[in-house]
Design a protein around this ligand. Structure first.
Ligand code: IPD
Length: 260
């Protein structure tokens, strides 16, 4: 596990250098539409190809699943699950909250994860039993135990995918119950912020395994919880994710249950 952790952190940083090189220098011909409002850039593709090649060279027996190229089923015995740029929309618009996310999974369970924020030059990582870290320092979830004192974060992949029920009624309700809600456009960063105690909870109605697989182990190793809306292990095909410091988990499960 130590070897995997070392290499995913190193590769996430190196991949981040590619992302940084493209940031704020994209021209229109490098931006493409995967759907009506779902974007991919040449930078996403170049970064994923780089990560894939580096991981394959180091770990030829471990399968690969990437946002842009697909690959193996994320529930295989050993799989790297990769989002080369989580927060592509932010990235395209010159917004700093985007990240490189690399997870290592065994039989669908996140065992190690690295999330690198190129703009901020920050690396979050965690491995099963090895704790959660940011740039060499241990991180821990918050101790907030009341919704009204909690800062929440969320996203709207569900709206983009036209999935119903979507997150709009839930956020409308929770805006009155939480101290505040942030929407920064990268689920991987949102999870790292829960791990670090900046956010107390994060939820989304429809995200893909590459958006959350690395962040999940980082939250868990920081003392928090990541489940589906039923309180059980998240389901890759549903993409319903609730994360919290643990103390708020049941309350948030009950709040979200009103909107599904
Ligand atoms: C997106 C981000 C965003 C979330 C979307 C994701 P992408 O990932 O994580 O925060 O709201 O659901 O799809 O598409 O930019 O890699």
């Amino acid at each position: 596990m130590q070897t995997i952790l070392y290499h995913i952190g190193r590769i996430a940083r190196e991949a981040g250098a590619i992302v940084k090189r493209h940031f704020d220098h994209l021209n229109q011909s490098e931006i493409h539409k995967k759907g009506t409002i779902d974007l991919v850039t040449d930078a996403d593709r170049e970064t994923e190809a780089f990560i894939h090649e580096k991981l394959q060279k180091q770990f030829p027996d471990i399968a690969f699943l990437g946002e842009e190229t697909g690959g193996e089923n994320g529930k295989g015995a050993q799989v790297f699950v990769v989002d080369p740029i989580d927060g592509t929309t932010s990235f395209v618009h010159g917004h700093p909250f985007h990240s490189v996310s690399i997870a290592y999974r065994e039989n669908g369970k996140s065992m190690a994860g690295a999330v690198y924020l190129p703009y901020f030059d920050q690396l979050y990582w965690a491995g099963k039993g090895a704790g959660a870290w940011k740039d060499g320092k241990r991180i821990h979830v918050s101790k907030t135990n009341e919704l009204i004192n909690a800062l929440g974060a969320t996203g709207f992949g569900c709206v983009r995918s036209n999935i119903k029920p979507d997150n709009v009624p839930a956020i409308a309700d929770l805006l009155y119950k939480l101290q505040g809600v942030r929407r920064c456009g990268s689920a991987a960063i949102d999870l790292c912020y829960v791990a670090e105690g900046r956010y107390d909870t994060y939820w989304e109605f429809h995200i893909k395994p590459w958006d959350w697989a690395a962040g999940k182990i980082i939250v868990e190793e920081a003392g928090g919880i990541v489940t589906g809306f039923d309180g059980k292990e998240p389901d890759d095909s549903l993409g319903r994710i609730l994360s919290s410091n643990g103390l708020l988990h049941n309350t948030m499960l009950n709040e979200i249950a009103k909107h599904i």
